[in-house]
Design a protein around this ligand. Structure first.
Ligand code: AHR
Length: 501
């Protein structure tokens, strides 16, 4: 029995809704043949899939990062605006991009979704000037050639893009235009300077990682110019071989899910920047993307070796309750760290490893989609303290390499609402086959308990075009009594709402 106490007077902070953000890249069927599908019966007059947009609106996508990812590090935005679109060979993913989906189409998409745009710039082959020209195009009223170009293209009013990232993973040898720490901090500083000179209201992030040398060099040189620091993580990495980890192995990865946040928190604190710079965990997913023979110097010969294998990301049976449980543990961690983490972007939102799958006929809401639905629509916005005096139940599972790992069975976060009465407890039971009993040891005036849960039929349950095994169940548990016991099904994600009658 695990007794849980919550104290709504002990507040960690109000979480930024952007911790439930998303990412979309010019990769495989995310943009072309994905959200941008002119001619599809479900597409609107602008060529956007209305069924996909509707699904995105239901989970209140707060921010959408674009256009990459590795794609961006040789992308030139000027080729993709106006009437003269120049197709270009995307050297990251080795396909032709028609450039028919560019900045203006992206902004139009964000308006339809109702989300903030968040543009990642080309710091691979790009320059500080090209990045700041992009800010001119998007944010100046009419000064200068780029704002005038936007007006000529039919957009009288500025797009007002507030969030910008300088670069993507430029620390990595796989990235086009990779740099060492000193080169990186020089480019970031000059780029940030020019971007802020164009629009001081922009909020700038820079590619970083939980590495002391890289981050300390970046932060010491660019700290005053940055508002965010960007980190990425995928746990079940499968770039070359598409071999998804088992449920149990995925649970092993929940052991220190906030490790990167903890490390960056330490660095920001050491440099006294923790009150000025927030963390944007702007690419994350349990499952790394599968794209063999491109991310290394050994490139594939023949599209069947490096393009066709990308279709394996579309196998919906990959995305099981392991993905749902892991995603809930990650979102709990971002809530618990909401004093420092202000944004997180699920990578990606659509197709590849996304929470939504689409084909020509329609969409599939994968298991992770329902987790976002739970947290965005049923969890509170103000994180509060919770604790237990009981021993946390643990389990030992084998990780992907066969080593035993002991992990907590429960993962918990508590919140209240800033605009209404009530409490919410996010309770994840990671155990593959054992239910867990928790006791709500609460002294509060709220009396009605409602449980929203996702569990699937078994730990490997998934959704597909002809299969709907994972969805939110609602159950009213009745009046809150002292010592009320609640059962958490195996492999389940639960939001318990404790509400006034
Ligand atoms: O696997 C996809 C890639 O992962 C993204 O393009 C990049 O940002 C990250 O390395």
């Amino acid at each position: 029995m695990y007794r849980i106490t919550m104290n709504e007077k002990r507040v960690t902070g109000k979480r930024n809704p952007m911790i439930y953000g998303h990412f979309i890249e010019h990769f495989h069927r995310q943009i072309y043949g994905g959200i941008y599908d002119p001619g599809n019966p479900q597409s609107d007059e602008d060529g956007f899939r209305t069924d996909i947009i509707e699904a995105m609106r239901k989970i209140k996508v707060p921010v959408l990062r674009w256009p990459g990812g590795c794609f961006v590090s040789s992308y030139h935005w000027k080729d993709a605006v106006g009437n003269e679109r120049k197709p270009f060979f995307d050297k990251a993913w080795r396909v032709e991009d028609p450039n028919t989906f560019g900045t203006d189409e992206y902004i139009k998409l964000c308006r339809k979704i109702g989300c903030e745009p968040y543009i990642c710039t080309n710091a691979g082959t790009g320059t500080a000037e090209e990045m700041s020209d992009w800010v001119e195009y998007c944010n100046l009223e009419e000064e200068g050639q780029y704002a005038k170009w936007r007006i000529k293209n039919g957009y009288e009013k500025p797009h007002k893009v507030r969030y910008w990232s300088i670069g993507n993973e430029n620390y990595g040898s796989w990235e086009i235009g990779a740099k060492c720490a000193d080169e990186w901090s020089r480019l970031v500083k000059e780029s940030a300077k020019m971007m802020k000179h164009v629009d001081p209201e922009t909020e700038l992030s820079a590619a970083a990682l939980a590495d002391v040398d890289w981050n300390m060099t970046l932060l010491k040189n660019c700290g005053p110019y940055l508002d965010w620091i960007s980190i990425h993580q995928y746990w079940d990495m499968m770039p070359e071989v598409n071999n998804p980890a088992s449920y149990e192995a995925c649970m092993a990865w929940t052991k220190r899910i906030s490790r990167a946040v903890d490390d960056v928190r330490g660095m920001l604190t050491a440099l006294h920047l923790e009150d000025r710079i927030r963390i944007a965990f702007d690419e994350w997913n349990l499952r790394g993307w599968h794209h063999p023979n491109v991310h290394s110097i050994r490139q594939g010969i023949g599209k069947e070796t490096y393009v066709t294998p990308r279709d394996k990301n579309d196998d919906n049976s990959t995305y099981t309750m392991a993905d749902a449980v892991f995603t809930a543990c990650f979102l709990n961690a971002m809530n618990r760290n909401c004093d420092l983490v202000g944004m997180a972007n699920f990578a990606p939102i659509l197709n590849t490893r996304g929470c939504i799958y689409s084909n020509h006929e329609g969409i599939v809401l994968r298991s992770t989609y329902h987790v976002f639905d739970l947290y965005v629509n049923y969890f509170g916005d103000t994180v509060i303290d919770l604790w237990s005096e009981d021993q946390m139940p643990v389990m030992t599972v084998q990780d992907k390499w066969g080593a035993p790992q002991t992990v907590d069975v429960l993962d918990l976060a508590a919140a209240k609402w800033s605009d209404r009465a009530g409490l919410a407890l996010a309770a994840v039971n990671k155990h593959p086959d054992a239910p867990q009993e928790i006791v709500l040891d609460l002294a509060c005036e709220h009396t009605k308990v409602v449980q929203y849960s996702i569990s699937g039929a078994n730990k490997d349950s998934y959704n597909d075009v002809d299969r709907n095994e994972v969805f939110i169940r609602e159950e009213t548990l009745g009046r809150l009594e002292p010592g009320m016991q609640v059962t958490l099904s195996p492999h389940s994600v639960n939001i318990l709402q404790i509400l006034p009658e």
